[in-house]
Design a protein around this ligand. Structure first.
Ligand code: NAP
Ligand code: MG
Length: 484
């Protein structure tokens, strides 16, 4: 079993106490990590502050070269890392390799930003005056990530933070510190200078909260649950804060849709990553006319999905992340059956044996106000709701506090545009599932999902401050709004 360390001020260090990361398939310990505390965070922040002076002045194309090397090393290690992701996080190997690929794409994309980082030039209302904007780094950034994309999400934060010239204190999820540890090792091997990235492992209360409340952390980038997001916003003070929170993402299926395609999209959206994606499809909102046909096909296919070891080719659905996640799913299935009175079509149980597995589960006759239609379960549970008119389907889609991803299956362009305009979400897919973002497009939500964009050009906004520059070469005092 690996005994891993934190990386603070350019050194790999331990702590007095430790915690373990568990393989969710075997329930066995995978690796041990130091249980960092407030003092470790403080040391990391001080080191990052010190490193900021030089790193923020390093020309961005040179910073970009280092990010390209990170991408190269990730590519070289892709298979190995993919297996670690599958083993520690539990997603099936093809998806785990996709997690690593997303990180490769992200480091390449933001590496190239080293030669752009564009500002705007514009006109002035006065003669002999020049106006433009430039991007400046923010300072020490605290990055706090979840476990469901254990390599990709840290990459989404690290790459833009670094290319903009910031230094970083990174706390990974305590469920997937090993994936994060391997990524940090690659950053160092690629030539990220000492103390530019600091890696502190440990609990939310000891490490996470210390980062959030540290007065010298200027910028926070958080991905995780809504409750944690609310705590962070209430306690971060006047830091620049980025939030990517939960979702309850709908797929609307019209009566004119290609049903086979819709079934495939719903299966992939609901049960891919065992439903543990912020963009997972947890609600299918289906036109009454085609609901029976769609459900027959969907349930038949869902029943055939094989749970098991995510490394094996024969597995379709890996385990949930931990025991708590299984308990949460069980609780919601009971709520669906008892309190809500929805109809359980398949799943609703754990398979026998070791591991945090749960069978793909589908509820029919779900009403918009039921808890299983509104609350994020974060497991392989799909609620099916019915509609007759598109405006009603959109109303149902919007009847949640989140607004991350959404989708409509239709062959009618007018329906598609009505959905694009009507659904309150950061992403809308037409004739495709709710999942599958590309790194050069902005990603993020609305409403209680948070309002930040990660990835794409807009991903730079979270990690840079825009400075407006006025350059007056008239040689006299000119007054905007006042001089003729
Ligand atoms: P979580 O419980 O909120 O934890 C996320 C991270 O925050 C972990 O590193 C956790 O540390 C840390 N943390 C918890 N409380 C904290 C606090 N008070 N101060 C500072 N740090 C704190 O979420 P999760 O269960 O890992 O992730 C699942 C959630 O993430 C779901 O709601 C999902 O929808 C959301 N998500 C959103 C997106 C998006 O882009 N919108 C993407 C992926 C996931 P420990 O691990 O040590 O507890
Ligand atoms: Mg684990």
């Amino acid at each position: 079993m690996a005994d891993c360390r934190m990386y603070i001020d350019g050194k790999w260090i331990g702590a007095k106490t430790s915690f373990e990361t568990i393989n969710p398939t075997t329930e066995k310990v995978l690796a041990r990590f130091p249980k960092g505390n407030e003092k470790d965070v403080d040391r990391a922040v001080k080191a990052a502050q010190k490193a900021f002076k030089k790193w923020s002045k390093t020309p961005p194309p040179i910073r970009g070269q280092i990010l390209f090397r990170v991408a190269e090393l990730l590519r070289k290690n892709k298979k190995r890392l993919g297996r670690i992701v599958a083993t520690e996080m539990g997603k099936v190997l093809p998806e785990a390799l996709g997690d690593v690929q997303e990180a490769i794409d992200t480091f390449e994309y933001f590496g190239a930003e080293g030669r752009r980082l564009f500002g705007n030039t514009t006109t002035s209302e006065l003669k002999d005056k020049f106006a433009m904007t430039i991007r400046r780094p923010v300072g020490v950034c605290g990055l706090v990530s979840p476990w469901n994309f254990p390599v990709a999400i840290p990459a989404w934060k690290l790459a833009p933070a670094l290319i903009c010239g910031n230094t970083v204190v990174f706390k990974p999820s305590s469920d997937t510190p090993l994936c994060a540890h391997e990524l940090v090792k690659i950053l160092i091997e690629a030539g990220v200078p000492p103390s530019v990235v600091n890696f502190v492992t440990g609990s939310a209360s000891d490490v996470g909260q210390a980062i959030v409340t540290h007065p010298e952390v200027e910028c926070l980038s958080f991905t995780g649950s809504k409750d944690t997001g609310e705590w962070i916003v209430a306690n971060a003070g006047l830091k620049k804060v980025g939030m990517e929170l939960g979702g309850k993402n709908p797929i609307i299926v019209m009566d004119d849709a290609d049903l086979e395609l819709a079934v495939e999209g719903i299966l992939w959206g609901a049960f891919g990553t065992t439903g543990q994606r912020c963009t997972a499809c947890s609600r299918a909102i289906v036109h009454r006319k085609i609901k029976d046909r769609l459900l027959n096909a969907l349930v038949e296919k869902a029943k055939k999905l094989r749970t098991g070891n995510p490394i094996l080719k024969t597995t379709d659905v890996g385990p949930l992340i931990n025991e708590n996640a299984v308990e949460k799913v069980e609780r919601y299935v009971e709520i669906g059956k008892d309190e809500d009175g929805a109809k359980l079509l398949c799943g609703g149980e754990k398979p026998k044996g070791t591991g945090y597995f749960y069978r793909p589960t589908i509820f029919d006759d779900v009403e918009p106000d039921m808890r299983i239609a509104r609350e994020e379960i974060f497991g392989p549970v799909l609620s099916v709701l019915e509609f007759e008119r598109l405006d009603k389907a959109i109303e149902i889609a919007n009847n949640i506090e989140y607004g991350l991803s959404s989708s409509i299956y239709t062959k009618n362009v007018n329906n598609a545009f009505k959905a694009i305009e009507g659904i309150d979400a950061g992403l809308t897919y037409i004739n495709s599932s709710t999942i599958g973002s590309e790194v050069h497009l902005p990603f993020g939500g609305v409403k209680k999902t948070g309002h930040t964009k990660e990835a794409g050009i807009m991903g730079l906004d979270e990690f840079s401050n825009v400075k407006t520059v006025y350059f007056d070469y008239s040689g006299k005092l000119q007054k905007a709004q006042i001089d003729d």
